[in-house]
Design a protein around this ligand. Structure first.
Ligand SMILES: Nc1ncnc2c1ncn2[C@@H]1O[C@H](COP(=O)(O)OP(=O)(O)OP(=O)(O)O)[C@@H](O)[C@H]1O
Length: 269
């Protein structure tokens, strides 16, 4: 559905956070990105909607083509639901109005100044219903709990009628019970709407519980790509080792993704 071809990211200042990487994310597949802090999970995730513009390589999206032209990028972003750790909601607005912002990509920017058409309101209410928050539609978002706010964030993504969901540490600030609830919702959207979900997580148990596929990243390279059941202690050591370019204690890094012996092909096609 979306494919990275030899995509790398070097930040201003010269640090390469993602080495040339080939990877594809498929419809209906819930992929978890695992890795130590600073491994490059967010960098890879943000390449998928060009919040990070790759320094080299190409991103190809089914039905859109290569993300080169501005029109292709806008069309892709409109169809990409992004869920953030800190929700990125507007606290003084109601849950419904926050979810409605997910519809703005389908209208000109001037639309934010006037009410959106009834059809958009219907889609937004449906999205709130789907995350179980219809009763809170008119409440200010800053009066909701952290878990409820994250569900509003998911409803906003659903209201976009997305073709892909990206979630960057969506449960980082939630308790275990709410984390399961939130990941269950994202997984449900991915499976029912048959779209890819790519989610970065720090919780290995949750990754094992929810992922169809785990992509392990270490020092800007994919070092594991496969089913949760195939993830061994050796793989985990490779994923969570120290960044060799930044620590003298670390083991040597592989020179390319494909040369690394623990890099497994995924089982789905
Ligand atoms: N804008 C930037 N400019 C320079 N370096 C950056 C920038 N953003 C990230 N980095 C560096 O790139 C590396 C990868 O960062 P990234 O945020 O992708 O890691 P991560 O795996 O998502 O980490 P975390 O789990 O802590 O969020 C880190 O070493 C980080 O310091």
């Amino acid at each position: 559905m979306i494919r990275l071809n030899q995509v790398s990211v070097t930040y201003p200042g010269g640090f390469t956070a993602l080495h040339p990487t080939d990877i594809e994310f498929r419809r209906g597949e819930f992929t978890v990105l695992l890795g130590a802090s600073g491994a490059g999970k967010s960098t890879l995730l943000r390449c998928l909607n060009y919040l990070n513009v790759p320094s080299s390589g190409h991103v190809h999206v089914e039905g859109i083509g290569e993300l080169k032209r501005r029109s292709a990028l806008l069309a892709h972003r409109r169809r990409t639901g992004m869920i953030f750790q800190q929700h990125q909601l507007i606290g003084r607005l109601s849950a419904l109005r926050n979810v409605l912002t997910g519809r703005l990509g389908y209208h000109g920017t001037w639309r934010s100044l006037v009410p959106l058409p009834p059809e958009d309101q219907r889609i937004a209410l449906q999205a709130l219903d789907r995350v179980g928050l219809m009763a809170k539609a008119l409440e200010r978002v800053d009066s909701l709990s952290g878990g409820q706010q994250q569900r509003v964030g998911i409803a906003r993504a659903i209201a976009q009628r997305p073709q892909m969901v990206l979630a960057d540490e969506p449960v980082a600030s939630l308790d275990p019970h709410t984390s399961v609830q939130v990941l269950g919702l994202i997984r449900g959207v991915c499976a029912e709407d048959h779209i890819p979900a790519v989610v970065s997580l720090h919780q290995l148990d949750l990754a094992r519980q929810f992922a169809d596929r785990i992509v392990g990243i270490a020092a800007g390279r994919v070092v594991y790509d496969g089913a949760p059941a195939g993830l061994s202690d050796l793989h985990l050591e490779a994923i969570y080792r120290r960044d060799p370019t930044r620590s003298s204690e670390a083991t040597a890094a592989p020179s390319t993704t494909t040369e690394f012996p623990l890099n497994l092909a995924t089982e789905k096609s």
